[in-house]
Design a protein around this ligand. Structure first.
Ligand SMILES: NC(=O)c1ccc[n+]([C@@H]2O[C@H](COP(=O)([O-])OP(=O)(O)OC[C@H]3O[C@@H](n4cnc5c(N)ncnc54)[C@H](OP(=O)(O)O)[C@@H]3O)[C@@H](O)[C@H]2O)c1
Length: 328
């Protein structure tokens, strides 16, 4: 049994993480042993290694925040039907490891026969896309939204959810080479960020009133989106891929009454009722199971190649997520 652990944080994320042997005791009463099947490396995982994320676990820590596994051993008093089932890994266990012991109660059991790589990415990015589309502006079918980093995993879920809700979505990427992938993911309007973005968006949409902007980049890209929005619209920032603070010019903020808000899924988890969580994950789970929502995977790595995997995930201009397959 092995885990990918770090004991310090530093500017080069792959330098601080390494594989460590571990032994786990047999599961106690009420517990199960889970073999980890797949776990993604998200930007937040990279920022946790570099020390730039909003929530940093005490050290030493095992990397990873989501994934799926298979129940391979049951402790006493556990329903025998759990044996062999695919489950979501519990939050906070550190998912970059070969095995996890978890309480059987509260495990989310997934249907058999689905794509485990897609299921491994279910817990963070799909609800983020869903909640940003529903919790800030009361959008109706036919309304317009605009997002940047549209070739990201969140971006592709947002494209899928917008379509399912009858919304129109303008998709902005930072490079020409990402345009085709966003079109293939269902993006009808795809533009490259930069000079005169608002003018190009107006031309592409017939000067549509865009009520919601969704920004993962920060810096000048935030203002580029703000200039595309209708007066009185809301701009939601949920990431800082540029590493820079959000900029908004007074022309947008003051003269056109644009509201800038922030979204953090961790904060939503703290306040969401069990019923609301069940609604969100029920909808997302159904769409992922039926292939209506998906994200591209660029590469998979065995756990022993954790350094190469983290370096690949930290690099820009990827064609999709980097996933660890710890027991492949
Ligand atoms: N607030 C929340 O609760 C929450 C939840 C989930 C995710 N997030 C955030 O959402 C963002 C997207 O996550 P993800 O997992 O969907 O990402 P991802 O699939 O790993 O894609 C990363 C995206 O960031 C872009 N990017 C990378 N470096 C950039 C730079 N220097 N300037 C501008 N764009 C850059 C990439 O464009 P290229 O392909 O051109 O490099 C790509 O579009 C991240 O910032 C993540 O932390 C936030």
């Amino acid at each position: 049994m092995k885990k990918a652990e770090y004991s310090e944080r530093g500017p080069v994320p792959q330098d601080v993480i390494d594989i460590v042997d571990m032994t786990l005791p047999p599961p106690s009463a009420g517990q199960v042993l889970i073999e980890v099947l797949a776990a993604p490396i998200n930007p937040s995982d990279v920022l946790t290694l570099t020390g730039q994320y909003g929530l940093l676990p005490p050290l030493p820590a095992v990397g990873g925040n989501e994934g799926v596994g298979r129940v391979v051993e049951l402790g006493a008093d556990v329903d025998a039907n759990l044996s062999g089932r695919t489950v979501l890994l519990p939050v906070g266990v550190g998912t970059w490891r070969t095995h996890v012991i978890a309480d059987a109660k509260g495990l989310v059991v997934l249907p058999d026969g689905l794509d485990v790589q897609q299921l491994a990415m279910l817990s963070i990015n799909p609800p983020t896309a869903s909640l940003m589309l529903s919790d800030f502006v009361a959008l109706q079918p036919g309304d317009w939204v605009i997002q940047n980093a549209a070739n990201s995993a969140v971006g592709s879920y947002l494209i899928g959810l917008a379509k399912l809700r009858g919304l129109n979505c303008v998709n902005v990427v930072r490079r020409e080479s990402a345009v085709e992938a966003v079109r293939a993911a269902g993006g009808d309007i795809v533009l490259v960020d930069g000079d005169k973005l608002a003018k190009r968006v107006a031309e592409a949409t017939g000067s549509a009133e865009i009520k919601l902007g969704i920004d993962a980049v920060g810096g000048a890209a935030t203002d580029n989106l703000a200039r595309c929005l209708a007066a009185g619209a809301t701009l939601v920032n949920y990431g800082a891929m540029s590493g820079e603070p959000c900029q908004i010019s007074p022309a947008s903020f003051v003269f056109r009454d644009i509201t800038l808000r922030g979204f953090w899924l961790s904060q939503w988890f703290r306040t969401a009722t069990p019923q609301r969580r069940a609604e969100i994950f029920g909808e997302i789970g159904k769409f992922i199971a039926t292939g209506k929502l998906r994200a591209s995977v660029q590469a998979t790595f065995p756990l022993r190649e954790i350094k190469q995997a983290v370096a690949a995930a930290a690099a820009g201009e990827r064609d999709g997520k980097v996933l660890l397959l710890p027991n492949a």
